[in-house]
Design a protein around this ligand. Structure first.
Ligand SMILES: [Zn+2]
Length: 220
């Protein structure tokens, strides 16, 4: 099991550049795991997911080719517009809450949002703006509440599609690995039972048991 916990830490700082760079490192870790599996890839269930989201969003209509860490400011309507007529550029990535409300760099003074033009987004310490200030006891940006994706490859990966409660993931892993409650009721066990039976019959047994597992998780 690998956790790329620094993605989370960077988001808590409203530090999108570090969060993205850590995501690239996480991708390398997944690639390394797949390479390590080698010929056993077809026999190993690999699951990639997150335990929560963050209060971060990609917003606005930045023109094609605009850097993702950059700002949005283009006519006729993609800039922030204040009642007094002031127009300001805003960051493509922003947070609903966190230290980015007051600070754009970690050593910044308490300056609220400002026009994003002229900011050095590529500085790794640049903090994206936030709508709600946090702190001083706990200045961290918070986790978010939306669904997170789950990606899977290998045996029984097909069970991880659609929308599920997170506890369902553990059931799929146990079922694929033939452990725990599924040690006597899993695909491998059925393969042994069916080894001498007709191929079509085995397929039907596998299909029916998979449907039962799905229904069990859906209604219980
Ligand atoms: Zn966290």
């Amino acid at each position: 099991m690998v956790e790329s916990g620094r993605i989370d830490h960077a988001h808590h700082d409203t530090n999108a550049k570090r969060a993205m760079e850590e995501t690239v490192e996480f991708q390398k870790a997944v690639a390394a795991a797949m390479e390590e599996l080698g010929d056993e890839q077809g026999e190993t269930l690999v699951v990639v997911t997150a335990d929560h989201s963050h209060a971060v969003t990609i917003n606005g209509y930045p023109p094609r080719g605009n850097p993702i860490l950059g700002h949005v400011y283009s006519e006729p309507y993609t800039y922030s517009h204040y009642p007094d007529g002031t127009k300001q550029a805003y960051a493509t990535i922003s947070y609903a809450n966190g230290p980015g409300y007051f600070k754009h760099f970690k050593n910044d003074s308490s300056v609220p949002w400002m026009d994003m033009r002229g900011q050095d987004y590529n500085d790794v310490d640049f903090l994206q703006p936030a709508m709600v200030p946090t702190g001083p006891e706990d200045p961290s940006e918070t986790h978010g509440g939306e669904d997170v994706p789950i990606y899977a490859i290998g045996p029984q990966a097909y069970l991880l599609s659609g929308v599920h409660e997170q506890s369902y993931i553990a059931h799929v892993m146990a079922y694929a690995a033939c452990v725990g409650d599924y040690s006597e009721d899993c695909p491998r066990h059925m393969d042994v039972q069916c080894s001498s039976a007709a191929r079509v019959g085995c397929s039907i047994v596998s299909l029916v048991s998979s449907l039962l597992l799905l229904l069990w998780n859906k209604f219980l």
